[in-house]
Design a protein around this ligand. Structure first.
Ligand code: NIG
Ligand code: FE
Length: 414
């Protein structure tokens, strides 16, 4: 039986169409009065709105002069978890640091306890609800890490939830195994790491990549090197690392030398680390929401990264401890105001830059011909309002594969 040709859709009367060109640096390409042609869930081309012949398309959608931008890509989240860490806010305001809370058995350990306790169905329900809200706020692709199980069964449970989300939600999802997030309370670090290395092959079918938290309270640079080499042998495609976040350990330099897909956080990264990222083809994932929420003073050397030609990406780091907000629009605004980068640089980093951090630069992020037609129509005709009218949800509708997402809940507490 001959299969029917997919329908060709035309989104017309777009006041301002934003696409992103590959870099580095990734650059915005904006057109006024444009139309976007979509077939089979992919972008065919962008054209001028003048001279559109509606009879050539299966469906024509009037975008009413709105700005249309690529969907936002959140390339670093810990969105599967149970419980909350509100109590730590008061502790921190009283002078305790994130590291002290972690070292005293709170922090990540508190979330591990709640997540181990929770049933798989409950974890799925919580995470799915969060993702629907994130979509309503403009996120159209997700990276999700494990890391709140810290034992074989707990980590597998989290990644099974991740697999179910990947299967049931229409947005692209990349899964990362973060067994090396913290040393379980009362456990011996070295014994815990050896167990993790032994178990690594069992996660290959559940996750796309691996990650490690490199800080004195968690794991060392030596552990990072061993994990990465083993992960490559086992066949993981993507290597990521939480590095130089709260102190300088040297993890970024080694991760980049081993070909890390992304190095994340980087507040304490040096020019030498930045050169290594450039050489390694590593994307720098920056998360201003964490610094903002934890009240940190130290900012990553973003301009040195940009000048060195290191691709940058933006993400929420959504998690209950250091970044309880999953709003990528807030991240865009914070990136501009805290890092002093332009709206163009921030939007490019949060779309194609983030897609690159996930190894998916060809697939989505730029709204370019051949890519997934994942895009947002804004409540305004100018994308720069995202950086101006801050604090409001400026996303009118979210489209995945050219179809509007229905039932995206109104933003509320995680
Ligand atoms: O990216 N730094 C380590 N991991 C997370 C925080 C996780 C947590 O506190 O629960 C982060 O900041
Ligand atoms: Fe993180």
């Amino acid at each position: 039986m001959a299969s029917r040709a997919p329908e060709t859709l035309c989104f017309r009367n777009i006041g301002q169409l934003v696409q992103v060109e590959p870099g580095p640096p990734h650059r915005l390409l904006t057109r006024e009065c444009a139309a976007l042609v979509v077939r089979g869930g992919r972008v065919v081309r962008a054209v001028s709105d003048r001279g559109i012949d509606p009879s050539r398309y299966s469906q024509v959608v009037d975008m009413k002069g709105r700005a249309v931008i690529p969907g936002l890509v959140d390339c670093h989240t810990h969105l599967i978890f149970a419980g909350d860490r509100k109590a730590e806010m008061a502790q921190r305001l009283g002078g305790a640091t994130y590291q002290e809370i972690l070292a005293s058995g709170g922090g990540i350990h508190r979330t591990v306890a709640a997540t181990r306790e929770a049933g798989e169905a409950d974890l799925y329900r919580l995470a799915r609800k969060r993702m629907l809200r994130m979509m309503a706020l403009g996120t159209t692709a997700f990276e999700i890490k494990s890391g709140y199980g810290l034992d074989l069964e707990g980590e597998m449970k989290m990644l099974r939830v991740g697999q179910r989300l990947k299967k049931n939600l229409k947005a692209p999802v990349v899964l990362t195994y973060l067994g090396a997030h913290a040393v379980p309370a009362g456990a011996d670090r070295e014994a815990c790491f050896e167990r993790l290395m032994e178990e690594l092959p069992r996660f290959r079918s559940l996750a796309d990549g691996v990650d490690i938290f490199c800080e004195p309270e968690a794991f060392s640079v030596h552990h990072l090197k061993r994990l990465f080499l083993h992960a490559r042998l086992v066949g993981f495609q993507q290597l990521r690392a939480h590095v130089e976040e709260l102190s300088h350990q040297g993890g970024c330099y080694e991760a980049a030398r081993l070909g890390a897909t992304s190095c994340d956080h980087l507040e304490f990264a040096t020019p030498r680390d930045i050169r290594a990222m450039k050489m390694g083809g590593t994307t720098a994932v920056l998360m201003p929401g964490v610094t903002f929420f934890l009240g940190g003073q130290k900012l990553p050397q973003v301009h040195t990264m940009i000048d060195a030609g290191v691709p940058i990406a933006l993400a929420t780091d959504f998690n209950p401890g250091s970044a309880p907000s999953y709003n990528m629009q807030t991240v865009l605004y914070l990136a501009c105001s805290m890092y002093r980068i332009t709206p163009e640089q921030a939007l490019a980093a949060a779309t194609l830059g983030s897609a690159r951090a996930l190894g998916c630069e060809q697939e989505f992020g730029g709204l370019r011909p051949g890519q997934r037609a994942d895009f947002l129509s804004l409540k305004t005709g100018d994308y720069r309002d995202l950086f101006y009218c801050f604090g409001e949800n400026l996303v009118e509708r979210t489209f995945l594969g050219g179809e509007p997402v229905r039932g995206g809940c109104a933003p509320a507490c995680p």
